[in-house]
Design a protein around this ligand. Structure first.
Ligand code: PMV
Length: 333
C-alpha cells in the first residue's frame, strides 16, 4: 500500500535538498486579504486543503498582511508588534508551516507579521497571513518558486490563502489531482475600476468556531451540504459572465445568494453553526431596504458576523446614508 500523501511529502518534491536562509533577514513582504464572491466551503482532502468546489474572490488592495522573517536564537512569532506565546495556536501554526520548508531541525527564526485588518474576524486575515508568510519563506530561503507553486503551498496553510497571492479577481481552481498540485489560484485579466467593497464591522473579536472546523462540521453533518457543489458551480459561471459583461446586478445577486447558501448549510449542520449576530441581521435588513429604495447594494459574509457590502462608485454616497461609518475599499486602486 502506498504512503498517505502529506503536505510535507508534496512540498519536498519541489524543494532543494538543503534549505537554509540566504540572508539573515528579509524585509516584510505584502499579500492582500481577499473576499470570496463564490465561496470555498468544504474539503475533498483535509490534510492538503483541497476544496470540493472552485471559488472566486476579489483581493482587498492595500488591506492585508506584511510579513518579515529573520534569523533568531529561538523560534518566535510576532503579530502586530507583540510577541505571541509559543504555545498559542497562531504561533504553532506559523512555525509548523515554516517547518514544512526548513524541516523540524532547521535554524530558528523570528516571524513578524503586521495585519492592517482585524485578525480572525471573518475578514480573512488567515488568507493574507499565509500568502505573505509563503512569500516571505520563498525570499528568506531563496526558493524562487513559480507562482503556481506559491499558490499551491500557501493553500496548505489556509485554503483561501491560495487566492491571496494576487490582486483583483482571482479564481481558485479546485483541481482533480490527488497531490493537489493543480488546485491553484489564477488571476483574471479583467478589471472593474468602479467596484467598491464596504466593511460593516459587527464584531471583531476572535470567533468561537474557526472556518476550518466550521466547514468540516458542515460537510460531515449537514444533508443540505449536498446541494452546495452544484450551487457553487452555477454561481462561478454566473460570476464569470457578470465580470465579462460588467453586469453589476448579476455580480451582486450571485455573490449574495452564494454567501447565504453557504450559511444555510452551516445552520443545517449539527451542532448548528450560526455566525450571525443580531447586528449582522440588522445590516442585512438595511441592505434589503436600501435595494427596495433603488440603491444597488449587495452583501457577502464569510465564517463570521461581519458583512461586506458590494456596490459601485456611483452609489457610494447613497450607501453611506444607510451605513455612515462604512470603511470603503476600491479593490482596483
Ligand atoms: O481559508 P480558510 O480555511 O480560512 O477558509 C475560508 C472560508 C471562507 O472564508 C468562509 C470562504 C472563502 O472562500 O474565503
Amino acid at each position: 500500500m502506498s504512503e498517505p500523501i502529506t503536505k510535507q511529502s508534496v512540498i519536498a518534491n519541489y524543494l532543494p535538498t538543503v534549505v537554509a536562509p540566504v540572508a539573515d533577514h528579509i524585509d516584510a513582504v505584502f499579500a492582500p486579504s481577499n473576499i470570496a464572491l463564490c465561496k470555498y466551503w468544504g474539503k475533498r482532502d483535509v490534510e492538503l486543503n483541497l476544496p470540493i468546489n472552485s471559488s472566486l474572490s476579489i483581493s482587498l488592495a492595500h488591506l492585508g498582511s506584511n510579513t518579515a522573517i529573520s534569523v533568531s536564537d529561538e523560534d518566535q512569532v510576532w503579530l502586530n508588534g507583540q510577541r505571541v506565546a509559543a504555545d498559542d495556536k497562531f504561533a504553532r501554526k506559523v512555525i509548523a508551516f515554516i517547518e514544512l520548508f526548513r524541516g523540524p531541525n532547521g535554524l530558528p527564526v523570528k516571524v513578524d507579521t503586521q495585519n492592517n485588518i482585524p485578525t480572525a474576524a471573518g475578514l480573512a486575515s488567515s488568507a493574507s497571513g499565509f500568502a505573505a508568510l509563503m512569500l516571505a519563506i520563498d525570499g528568506f530561503y531563496g526558493l524562487q518558486l513559480e507562482p503556481a507553486l506559491l499558490s499551491a503551498f500557501a493553500r496548505m496553510g489556509s485554503g483561501s490563502a491560495s487566492r491571496s497571492l494576487y490582486q483583483g479577481f482571482v479564481e481558485w481552481q479546485m483541481g482533480v489531482q490527488e497531490d493537489g498540485m493543480d488546485s491553484i489560484a489564477l488571476p483574471l485579466a479583467n478589471r472593474w475600476d468602479s467596484l467598491r467593497i464596504g466593511l460593516v464591522k459587527v464584531n471583531i473579536a476572535e470567533k468561537a468556531v474557526d472556518s476550518r472546523s466550521g466547514m468540516n462540521r458542515t460537510v460531515a453533518t449537514a444533508h443540505l451540504y449536498q446541494s452546495w457543489p452544484l450551487q457553487a458551480a452555477a454561481d462561478l459561471e454566473r460570476l464569470h459572465q457578470a465580470i465579462a459583461d460588467n453586469n453589476f446586478t448579476l455580480l451582486g445577486e450571485t455573490a449574495e445568494q452564494n454567501a447565504l447558501s453557504m450559511h444555510a448549510t452551516m445552520i443545517a449542520a449539527w451542532p448548528p453553526l450560526l455566525y450571525w449576530q443580531p447586528d449582522s441581521v440588522a445590516a442585512m435588513q438595511t441592505i434589503w431596504q436600501a435595494r427596495a429604495a433603488g440603491v444597488e447594494v449587495y452583501f457577502t459574509m464569510d465564517a463570521g458576523p461581519n458583512i461586506k457590502l458590494l456596490f459601485t462608485a456611483d452609489s457610494e454616497a447613497a450607501v453611506k446614508q444607510y451605513f455612515p461609518d462604512l470603511d470603503v475599499i476600491a479593490p482596483f486602486g
